[in-house]
Design a protein around this ligand. Structure first.
Ligand code: ADP
Ligand code: ZN
Length: 215
């Protein structure tokens, strides 16, 4: 079983949805986006800082982001294996991660990249809704809740992320193309990169990747 994993792919490719499903295999799910959103909700200093960047679609500064991941990776639950979702997003972050995983002796074993075309990303993000309480993802056309606006799992209210609008998405895709996409070469050069087509159902994608991680 491969244990310490990076999940990569553009915004809307389905990283979060897949990561939540993969938690059933015992991974600690480390989503920098979720961590920032939690901090924003709690009104912490970190949240106030991150919010300025996130609402525009910009990246939170590297030192801040690397700091929260460093703290999270050293926690006990990561010893069974961790799944990084949304980190690293820049070369500076990828280099810091390499140092960090060396220090704690938990090296990255594989990088799973979700391939998706831009038209589909826009469609997915425009219709995305998320449970305020448990974070479960929905889509207004393709992944509808049983009751409109209410989470199937916990009855929490569904909301639309304030960076899931056309303007912020353009900025996010731009950052992805210029800063994050080059990391594919970084991991390809290390022999860690594996591509998966995310234009399949979330169940089929989970099955394929779970199988791959177990092999
Ligand atoms: P998505 O993959 O759908 O864009 P995420 O939840 O991963 O969403 O991230 C949401 C926002 O949080 C990003 O647009 C960015 O502002 C911030 N963020 C998350 N991860 C990072 C990171 N590794 N470096 C910098 N900013 C980040
Ligand atoms: Zn819920």
């Amino acid at each position: 079983m491969k244990r310490n994993i990076i999940l990569m792919g553009p915004p809307g490719a389905g990283k979060g949805t897949l990561a939540k499903k993969l938690m059933s295999l015992g991974f600690a799910h480390i989503s920098t986006g979720d961590m920032f959103r939690k901090a924003i909700k709690a009104g912490t200093a970190l949240g106030q800082l991150a919010e300025q960047f996130i609402k525009r679609g910009d990246l939170v500064p590297d030192d801040v982001t690397i700091g929260i991941v460093k703290e999270r990776l050293s926690q006990d639950d990561c010893a069974q294996g961790f799944l990084l979702d949304g980190f690293p997003r820049t070369l500076v972050q990828a280099e810091a991660l390499e140092e960090l995983t060396k220090e704690i002796n938990r090296p990255i074993e594989t990088v799973v990249n979700l391939d998706c075309n831009e038209k589909e990303l826009v469609r997915r993000i425009a219709g995305r809704r998320i449970c305020k309480v448990c974070g479960a993802p929905y889509h207004i056309e393709t992944l509808k809740p049983k009751i409109d606006g209410i989470c199937d799992l916990c009855s929490g209210l569904l909301y639309q992320r304030n960076d899931d609008n056309e303007e912020a998405l353009k900025v996010r895709l731009d950052h992805y193309n210029h800063q994050t996409k080059p990391l594919l070469d970084f991991y390809q050069a290390r022999g860690l990169l594996h591509h998966f087509n995310s234009l399949v159902s979330s169940e089929a994608l989970f099955d394929e990747i779970a199988q791959f991680l177990k092999s």
